[in-house]
Design a protein around this ligand. Sequence first.
Ligand code: A2P
Length: 335
Amino acid sequence: MDPTVAVIGATGAVGEVFLRVAEQREFPMAKLKLLASPRSAGKRLTFRGQQITVEETSEATLEGADIVFCSATSAVSKQWGPWLRERGVIMIDDGSAYRMDADVPLVVPEVNGDDLEWHNHIISIPNCTTTPLVMALNAMRQVAPLKRVTAATYQAVTGTGAAAARELMAQTEAIGRHEAIPPIEVYPQQIALNVLPQVDDFDEDDYTKEELKMRNETRKILHIDGLPFSSTCVRVPVVLSHSEAVHVEFESDAPMKQLHEALRAQEGLVIGEDPKTWVSPLQAANDDRVFVSRLRPDRSVEHGVAFWVVSDNLRKGAATNAIQIAEELIRRGKL
Ligand code: A2P
């Protein structure tokens, strides 16, 4: 029988995209419950042509769900994760609360779908910067072992949520009308016509939590403990799609032709064959695929390459990856 599905955070930036992706992929459902905070109770959202009323997230409204997609806050994931697990309900969590737990698989189905075999009801999806990166790295490591990875990100404001997207648009409109910028609420500084080299709070070694998530999650998904990794995560005034400038050093020679072949063979990824062409965040928006372009040698190290990777942070970076995990669970007879 098709599962009863609940979405916690249905009114959020990811929740909205989740509904569209589930429609497009015809994800099988007996019933869909749309849940959010009490603020949204009574709001109506459209799914497959039907209006569904949003309800407050509670034990009563989660009752009967077979699978729960959660994209709200870490506190919300922590509130409901153990409760759902105790009842044998699978939670696919978009937040960072459980990602590094030893008994929680962190999954990009095209890379480490086998990790779903040992799930204990909570399954995490990676940070939206990690997912496109590991897809590219997974392809490339078929050619030669990875030695070191460095990256700089250019992250869209929807990664912070719907309120951040509203803040960027309000500031941009105010600038266009030559009016004062409205009070800044989401970011530490104005985001319109600016870039902010801080994503999330500061943590160990003066790296931000986002930078450490990217490192730790990449190691976990690729099963490479201690992979040398460093990144700088930057917020840019883009609404949709995260971009990353990545440098990879290999343990041995990784010929460009073989790298192209490996990237071409990676499911869910598109490689630009001409290194002089590239894909912008706008071009990747509303697309489920990960786009790699500007692949070229990095002659500053012995076996190095540099490339540009872009993907829609709300799709492959969140909603699409979550739905693909559920599809994979069904395919493996684990749902
Ligand atoms: P709401 O719209 O009712 O505030 P975004 O990432 O775009 O900011 O969205 C966050 C999502 O998480 C929204 O759907 C929001 O609902 C939801 N959310 C926030 N707090 C809670 C909560 N305590 N319980 C359930 N959902 C929550």
